[in-house]
Design a protein around this ligand. Structure first.
Ligand SMILES: Nc1ncnc2c1ncn2[C@@H]1O[C@H](COP(=O)(O)OP(=O)(O)OP(=O)(O)O)[C@@H](O)[C@H]1O
Ligand SMILES: [Mg+2]
Length: 488
């Protein structure tokens, strides 16, 4: 009997035709996991972060009987031990879909917070205010994550991907960094001081940049899930879209080289010390002044821009030679991504990074702080800037981000209506569509259910299970219809 394929077991049976087609294509699955920070201000009696997070999750526990659940848009909403509620977007095969589901996550967190705030005011006084931060460092100096997930082909060894991708991931922070005020000055990224090891299979024990735990949530003989740890939580929608789209294109180059059994050429970009390079990028706001010791003993001058230009040039050439890559993203124009990537690097090259203030989080914040400094006669205390910094990331009660959007000082790629719609509407062309439909139906029938990325389980009124191993599967099959039928 052939071994049943599941996400954790390799099998000796050949890949089916559909999976083979996916392996040979440039299609991608994207997912973003965001841990949020919480705090309460204005309360008459103290309420710590874990109490607050539990209060936020009370309605979830009441309906799902767990702090770990999947919602109507196919995304995972959960609270581990500790105080950081997490939202992992459902599988998307286009950055714009991932962005919409990510923006929906901000609304989900906001509503959980405002609901908890109302209950909290009965016991903690009328001014108790719940803050939910989409950032990566709390006031006690603890760092928490925003991870990106990319489906990648199994035939490329993970150490090759890490090795060839890391210099890109470290230097892309020039346009994906969320920025942070610290006692020792402003930094481009939130987490450079917390990440040191380049790779690790444990995110809790050490602070790696890429997680190597092998959990593909797909056919393990065909795919891996690349779990990128190095990255800030973005409020800029442009930054979220660009980080996914540019990383996808670099991965296409690496995968095609693997397919053809040759080197991508990126291995010569390796830094001698990834942690040191990361810290140097984070402190070089010019983007062109830092220099890096390279693994081959040379020195790279020209800052993050010089490294990004190398990747961009390779990707541009690759897309020219492989026009089919342009159709790898159903709703994002790859040529437009390349144009924006180039324009961004040119803005740094020409000393005009200020022009990116409406799209790059850290530039937006930095400009704001500088304007404030210029307007105030006395020295602005650090605490004032830290407060503003936090407000920018507060999805529940923050005012700054919304006002920047309203004034057109920050671009948005999707509007509030689309984000709202994405709360209940999963991406249409991945298995998230089936999961979302299952969750909606189960909820509306008051059924007991649970999910996993590769499994739908009905517990009552009947016990039924269904495996969804292929993340691109979006069509209902007989098993799925039987599950839905069992609810009615
Ligand atoms: N086959 C896949 N390839 C790439 N990404 C995937 C795939 N399947 C699911 N994803 C995405 O991976 C993310 C998984 O998030 P989740 O937080 O559950 O994983 P994890 O961080 O590995 O687990 P945990 O938080 O429990 O340690 C989601 O955003 C999801 O959309
Ligand atoms: Mg997670």
């Amino acid at each position: 009997m052939p071994q049943l394929r599941d996400s954790g077991n390799h099998s000796s049976s050949p890949l089916d035709e559909g999976t083979l087609r996916e392996v040979h294509s440039f299609a991608r699955i994207f997912g973003i996991e965001t841990e949020y920070g919480v705090s309460v201000t204005g309360a008459d009696v103290p309420c710590d972060a874990s109490q607050t997070a539990m209060m936020m999750f009370q309605p979830i526990v009441a309906s799902a009987r767990s702090t770990n659940t999947y919602i109507e848009n196919g995304s995972r909403l959960y609270l581990d031990v500790g105080s950081h509620p997490e939202y992992a977007t459902s599988e998307a095969c286009d950055p714009m879909d991932a962005l919409a589901v990510d923006a929906a996550g901000e609304l989900v967190m906001r509503d959980l917070a405002l609901d908890a705030q109302q209950r909290l005011r009965a016991t903690h006084g009328p001014r108790a205010t719940v803050h939910v931060f989409k950032n990566n460092v709390d006031s006690a100096g603890h760092s928490f994550g925003c991870h990106e997930n990319y489906l990648v082909r199994r035939f490329v060894p993970l150490d090759v991907i890490e090795h060839e991708l890391l210099p890109f991931l470290i230097t892309r922070q020039l346009f994906t960094g969320a920025g942070r005020v610290t006692e020792s000055g402003f930094q481009i990224t939130q987490r450079a001081d917390f990440l040191d090891e380049a790779v690790s299979s444990a995110t809790t024990r050490s602070r790696p940049m890429v997680n190597t735990r092998d959990e593909p949530h797909a056919d393990p003989d065909a795919f891996r899930r690349l779990h990128v740890i190095i990255g800030d939580s973005n409020r800029s929608q442009w930054a979220t879209m660009m980080k996914l789209a540019t990383t996808h294109l670099v991965l296409c180059v690496i995968e095609q080289a693997g397919r053809e059994g040759r080197e991508s050429g990126f291995s010569r970009f390796a830094f001698a010390d990834a942690g040191a390079a990361n810290r140097a990028v984070s402190r070089d706001m010019s983007g062109v002044n830092a220099s890096f010791a390279m693994a081959d003993g040379s020195t790279l001058q020209g800052g993050a821009v010089a490294m990004q230009e190398r990747y961009l040039q390779a990707v541009e050439q690759f897309v020219g030679e492989h026009p089919e890559v342009a159709s790898s993203l159903p709703r994002t124009d790859v040529h437009d991504v390349l144009r924006q990537w180039r324009n961004t690097l040119e803005a740094f090259r020409s000393g005009n990074a200020n022009a990116l203030g409406d799209s790059v989080d850290w530039v937006c914040k930095y400009r704001l702080f500088e304007a404030l400094r210029a307007r105030s006669s006395a020295d602005l205390p650090l605490s004032k800037l830290e407060q503003l910094d936090l407000d920018y990331h507060d999805v529940a009660n923050g005012a700054l981000y919304a006002s920047l959007l309203r004034r057109g000082a920050l671009r948005s790629l999707i509007d509030g209506r689309e984000a709202q719609k994405a709360r209940t509407m999963p991406p249409a062309d991945t298995r998230a569509a089936l999961r979302g439909r299952f969750v909606s139906a189960a909820k509306s029938h008051g059924a007991q259910y649970s999910c996993d990325w590769t499994r739908l389980s009905l517990h009552a009124p009947r016990k039924m299970d269904m495996v969804l191993l292929d993340p691109f599967q979006c069509r209902e099959n007989e098993d799925f219809q039987a599950m839905i039928g069992a609810l009615e």
